[in-house]
Design a protein around this ligand. Structure first.
Ligand code: BGC
Length: 417
């Protein structure tokens, strides 16, 4: 073979590699997310498969840790290096914070053509849009004021679903007497804060709004807040000694295996029960945290799109469109434990907890009792949220007394503002 032929051959091999590389990049999404538990992975698979069926391949970038704190740290490194992933799972104020930095993409082409404005609830749009532009595609609505109870443990404790705080405490006492850990919990700041969301809400919707959303110093430091911390202290007494650092899904497993009676957690916990083959009503029971019936603290996972090269924009828009497909919203959320991010998805395929979740959300939206979850980045920006986490966790671990905690909380929030 002559040198000329070899050179020609090498050039065409390079060309083939380049064009196939370009075609691949156009149809590939690199996705940063924190869906690493069994239930979450099962839901993620629904999304991956859906995209694959539309010709979009998936490069996985998982960063474990509920609430997404670790994921946001990993993201910062990528954005600083000028190389953001194509799509990123993100929550509430984190989306707005990134948008303010001018690094996010624009989904307007798809959002306008598909009429997202009309079907995605305003509470979600407040985060999916920045400066009037669509920058993120909401995939679900979760809520945090749930309790997941083992049916067997509940029956052994008398069988009645607790309706208020006193009945809840009475149920936990019976579970303790029956020799199991009453409350399965993982001692991580975001999990402690998830309990706190529900406890604060149980002391009144006005109180939740005043303290968690408006950050009114009087509400943060007053007697009602002391009552909230007193309830947290009581809840702590029902947690086992090994709770520190435990992942949330391992806490769910304790309830699934009958070692613990109940878990207070967002409805991603349902994904774990389902993955383990358990059925609502038969193996586990879902109730709103006693005292919060009629109100919902929500968080919505959204796929925020970053500014990427032209070669990746087509895949970004394909992914955004696939996520908002009503059929996909049903199939995905049935597995994830959440409810659809659109108002026009039928509840037919959802189990009883999912149906309740959808009805509760609609009712709370109607009544003005739908609030962003503080623990999951939908009430205040990360700086204030982290200040709250710190006080809540110190108190939960016994490093701060119930008497002192409200003033500490108000001071921490003031300093973070
Ligand atoms: C997310 C859920 C996730 C959970 C635990 C929440 O912040 O919204 O999608 O399942 O964290 O990882």
């Amino acid at each position: 073979m002559s040198l000329r032929t070899i050179t020609k051959l090498a050039a065409s091999v390079a060309l083939i590699a380049l064009t196939s590389g370009a075609a691949k990049a156009a149809d590939n999404v690199e996705v940063l997310h924190w869906w690493t538990s069994g239930g979450e992975a099962a839901a993620l698979e629904v999304l991956k498969k859906d995209l694959e069926s539309k010709g979009v391949t998936w490069s996985d970038m998982p960063v474990a840790g509920g609430g997404g704190e670790a994921a946001m740290t990993a993201l910062r490194a990528r954005v600083t290096a000028g190389n953001p992933p194509t799509a990123v799972q993100a929550l509430g104020f984190d989306i707005t914070d990134w948008a303010k930095q001018g690094v996010v993409g624009d989904l307007g082409e798809v959002a306008n053509a598909e009429g997202w404005d009309k079907v995605i609830p305003t509470a979600l749009q407040n985060f999916s849009k920045y400066d009037g532009k669509w920058i993120a595609a909401p995939v679900n609505v979760h809520s945090t004021n749930w309790v997941w109870i083992s049916k067997k443990a509940l029956d052994a404790a008398g069988g009645a679903e607790p309706q208020n705080w006193d009945e809840f405490v009475a149920m936990l006492d019976k579970m303790k007497a029956n020799g199991i850990t009453p409350l399965a919990h993982g001692g991580q700041p975001w999990q402690d804060a998830t309990l706190f969301d529900a406890v604060v809400l149980s002391l009144g919707t006005d109180f939740y709004k005043a303290s968690m959303i408006d950050n009114d110093p009087a509400a943060l430091s007053g007697d009602k807040m002391k009552e909230a911390f007193s309830r947290m202290e009581k809840l702590r007494s029902y947690v086992d000694d090994n709770f520190s650092g435990r992942d949330w899904n391992l806490a769910s497993a304790m309830v699934i295996e009958g070692k613990a009676g109940a878990q207070m957690m967002g409805d991603w916990a349902k994904g774990e029960f389902l993955k383990a083959g358990q059925k609502p009503g038969t193996d586990f029971v879902c109730i709103r945290f006693p005292g919060t019936q009629g109100a919902v603290t929500f968080n919505s996972d959204q796929f925020m799109m970053f500014k990427v090269g032209e070669d990746k924009q087509k895949a970004q828009l394909l992914m955004a469109s696939a996520i908002e497909d009503p059929k996909f919203q049903s199939a995905f959320n049935v597995v994830k434990g959440s409810v659809p991010a659109r108002t026009d998805v039928p509840n037919t395929d959802f189990d009883d907890c999912g149906k309740k979740g959808m009805a509760d959300l609609a009712e709370a939206n109607e009544k003005g009792t739908l609030f962003g979850s503080m623990a999951h980045g939908h009430a205040v920006p990360a700086s204030i949220k982290n200040a709250m986490y710190d006080v809540i966790t110190r108190h939960f671990n016994g490093d701060l007394s119930t008497d002192e905690a409200p003033a500490e909380l108000a001071a921490a929030v003031a300093a973070a503002k």
